[in-house]
Write a protein that binds this ligand. Sequence first.
Ligand SMILES: Nc1ncnc2c1ncn2[C@@H]1O[C@H](COP(=O)(O)OP(=O)(O)OP(=O)(O)O)[C@@H](O)[C@H]1O
Length: 225
Amino acid sequence: MLELDGLAKRFDGQSGRALFSHVSLRLAPGECVAIMGESGVGKSTLLNCIAGLEAVDAGSIRLDGTELVALDDDAFARLRRRSYGFVFQAFHLLPHLTLAQNVALPLWLLDCAAAEAQQRATTMLAQVGLADRADDWPRHLSGGEMQRVAIARALVHRPTLVLADEPTGNLDAERAADVLELLLGSLRSAGAIGILVTHSRAAAARTDRVLRLTATGLAEEAAAA
Ligand SMILES: Nc1ncnc2c1ncn2[C@@H]1O[C@H](COP(=O)(O)OP(=O)(O)OP(=O)(O)O)[C@@H](O)[C@H]1O
């Protein structure tokens, strides 16, 4: 369970005005929501706050009962490695690693034995439809294929929470729909919580709930596109 209560964030130079405040949300395992909102309202910043990459100015973030706002940077980094997965608009695959090595990366960071990491990475690649590409290189892939690898990497260590920032933003409509279906299906079958920041109404409509971020918090929207 992810519980956000009264989160507020302000950057220096914003003359006392909060970027957002009163952000509260409860998400159960397997639940996936979309966060929409005007450009610049703070959606990516909110994801960064939930990930502990930006400090909040007020509020509470609890993951399975643990208060994360109280954690120091090292403790948050360890938790992030173990319990978080990330999917980015620009894929962020490492060009000098094979696809299997890219997917195995989170397992290496958790000190998983090399043989097990290799086997789990290969299994994940098969689940995203790239079984025969394990030893290939990111530069040989299409955008949609790169995002499939990124989804495998985000889920290989069985995270509690996956944060996806515009995961279909660099893809054409057909590839976006395929990648989104894969991401949401994978999240649901893994029982992970998913938070998807998107400008795409079509993408948002595929999630369980659509929320709109404004300066004064998150408001529920009708899920229909
Ligand atoms: N480290 C920072 N220091 C100061 N201001 C920042 C910092 N990071 C982001 N901002 C500002 O905070 C605001 C929110 O940025 P953010 O990227 O979170 O918005 P967004 O809703 O995700 O926008 P978009 O939909 O365009 O991606 C912007 O005005 C941005 O310039």
